[in-house]
Design a protein around this ligand. Structure first.
Ligand SMILES: Cc1ncc(COP(=O)(O)O)c(C=O)c1O
Length: 354
């Protein structure tokens, strides 16, 4: 690549991506471990068959029917005009940065948080300010930090990745009141929140600069479909129409996503089980005297390790792939089936001689 006239600011960068390894226990990318039932597989195949004869034509450019289904799922009185969809919430984030960030503009997040926020900022030539968190990964000083930095875009990840921490609505309101620009609440893991964990969707009325992003990759067990979406004021969506590529969302993606949404009771039925597995895992790890961040998501951050890479590698050698991410000394494990969790516990016990 070095012989190519690459953009100066991309020189020396490495392509991002968690390892995709063919091991028995893949607990590193916060996917839902439950695959679609035979009935849902058939519904998806039927939905694709129904549109297969139209694939010589471009897709429905504005995906209105899909957006209406997503609005119906989200509730809160939302309609298709307040919802936008793209290929994963990563593409949603990219479109938001293209429309509201760019050269001379600043985006801000509170680290540790989702590493794609700074990365997509960088590739869209948007400056990045790394805000800080409290010792327990809360964000009690976020509004003050926003006041000081005056960023054009603020990212609040709730529940946060990799810590699992959910953010109180009062704090989001305080950040919004202080922020001069867009406030993006990334709720990729919202469905896994413990009882009483609120969604920023309730804050949308009257807040034209607030955006809530969601994904079908996690609770919806549809990571392979690549479908992310947002809810916001219709003017935000008008702005995104300026930057989205024409026909960005394929006919097949729209059809599969709509079939999944029609079967949402089945897909979301795993959420309760995963929440229970998560809480059991947190209790087990704490019982073994690990430090464990409170989690409202489908993963758990635990530590502390003097040499986390060594532990990560030893677990991998046992066939258990977790994620080496977050603050130094910590590791993140995705919550899986009871069998996967038993394998993780057994491997950790073996590796650390617990
Ligand atoms: C906080 C957060 N936001 C967004 C995403 C992107 O999800 P997707 O592009 O699959 O919708 C992830 C994926 O891990 C995430 O952790």
């Amino acid at each position: 690549m070095s012989q190519l006239p690459l953009r100066d600011d991309l020189k020396g960068m490495h392509a991002y991506g968690a390892p995709q390894l063919d091991v028995p226990y893949q607990l590193n990318t916060n996917e839902n471990p439950y695959g679609p039932s035979p009935a849902l597989q058939k519904a998806v195949a039927d939905a694709v068959a129904a549109v297969a004869g139209t694939l010589n034509r471009y897709p429905e450019r504005d995906a209105v029917a899909l957006r209406a289904d997503l609005a119906d799922y989200l509730g809160h009185g939302l309609s298709a005009g307040q919802v936008w969809a793209a290929n994963g919430s990563n593409e949603i984030i990219q479109q938001l940065l293209q429309a509201f960030g760019g050269p001379g503009r600043l985006a801000m997040g509170f680290e540790p948080s989702y590493s794609m926020h700074p990365l997509i900022s960088q590739v869209t030539c948007t400056g990045w300010v790394a805000g800080t968190r409290d010792a327990d990964y809360g964000m009690s000083t976020a509004a003050e930090q926003v006041k000081k930095q005056q960023p054009d875009i603020v990212f609040i990840t709730s529940p946060n990745n990799p810590t699992g921490t959910a953010v109180p609505l009062a704090l989001i309101e305080a950040v919004y009141d202080m922020a001069p620009g867009m406030v993006i609440v990334d709720e990729a893991y919202a469905e896994f929140g413990r009882d009483g964990t609120p969604s920023a969707l309730t804050l949308l009325p009257g807040r034209a600069r607030l955006v809530v992003t969601r994904t079908m990759s996690k609770a919806f067990a549809a990571a392979g479909t690549r479908l992310g979406y947002l809810a916001a004021d219709p003017a935000v969506i008008e702005a995104l129409l300026l930057v989205r590529l024409p026909y960005h969302l394929s006919t097949v993606t729209q059809a599969v996503a709509r079939a999944a949404l029609a079967h949402r009771d089945e897909l979301l039925s795993s959420v309760t089980a995963l929440r229970e597995q998560r809480d059991a895992l947190v209790a087990w790890l704490r019982g073994k005297r690990f430090a464990v961040a409170d989690s409202d998501a489908n993963f758990v951050l635990f530590g502390m390790f003097e040499d986390r890479h060594k532990v990560w590698q030893a677990l991998l050698d046992e066939g258990v792939l977790i994620r080496e991410t977050g603050p130094d000394g910590w590791l993140r494990v995705t919550v899986g089936t009871p069998g996967e969790m038993a394998a993780f516990r057994a491997a950790l016990t073996e590796v650390l001689g617990l």
